[in-house]
Design a binder for this molecule. Sequence first.
Ligand SMILES: Nc1ncnc2c1ncn2[C@@H]1O[C@H](COP(=O)(O)OP(=O)(O)OP(=O)(O)O)[C@@H](O)[C@H]1O
Ligand SMILES: [Mg+2]
Length: 299
Amino acid sequence: MHVTLLSRGLSIYTTRRLAQAARLRGARVRVLDPLGVEMHLDDRPAAFYRQRKLPPTDVVVPRIAPSIQAYGLAVVNHFGMMGVPTLNDATAIASSRNKMRSLQLLAASGVPVPATVMAATASDLREMVELVGGVPVLIKLLTPAERPGVMVCESLQSMEAAMEAVLSMGHNLLVQRYVRRRRERDLRALVVGGRAVAWVERRPRPGRLLHTRARGAQLKAVKVPAAVDRIAVEAARVVGLEVAAVDLIETHGGPMVFDVNSSPGLKGLERATGKDLALPIIGRAEELARSQPRRKQAP
Ligand SMILES: Nc1ncnc2c1ncn2[C@@H]1O[C@H](COP(=O)(O)OP(=O)(O)OP(=O)(O)O)[C@@H](O)[C@H]1O
Ligand SMILES: [Mg+2]
């Protein structure tokens, strides 16, 4: 088995762990910087790496940073066109990185999500705020990059100021109901191949609203009821992701999915759970490679 990791390099924890897991399973591994892949389209698609023809590979595991999304997803799609299974595929990654698109997919399949509105102008949004229950609300960037893309607005004035600022910078935004939590934590599931392989809770540092690890949240392994597990698995499925971190908030009305991530970092999850989470990802990649025998790649 030959596994290609599309990533900026082995200095990244998750990339390193995936490479180790693949080797442990006896696969050959190559890490390709997506920006070093050149694509050729003619009667059949071909790929090069730094001007050399790429030898065949059985499966691609993409780890595309949002900062190189357009090029990176073209590369992922190119492998798909060459008949190589990709874990995840370009369409699913793109959906997960567009917050409205992923919420639409979730809502259409009956996955509970926070009430959300989207409009192109501040005045329309102002009129629509009642639809999500009025202030407080969250303003979220449609396509957040590596930087945080969420603001809490407690008053109509602060909401208007935030909306004007974001829109004038040329960003699209969503206005979302600020959901009241049943417990002071977020839940995150790592879903791989239709199964939740890890569950953690994320508690913010005291006084912090946001629960992401980068901002100092505490991660801890947890067990969740089967019904919550099913929601996370369904969320990954409807966005089309083989590998996903699904984020949920527990409300008095049940859990709600607020984010689905297609390139989750494994560091915090592995430390919190004490599990090897790279192995199931590589295991799933191999499974797909076997069940979807590679079409002949261009010689
Ligand atoms: N509707 C909501 N109500 C209350 N809190 C929320 C809601 N949506 C998100 N949050 C909180 O805000 C944080 C960031 O939200 P989200 O993941 O949607 O944004 P993001 O741009 O993906 O940011 P990050 O990169 O930090 O995940 C979450 O960790 C969660 O604690
Ligand atoms: Mg998020």
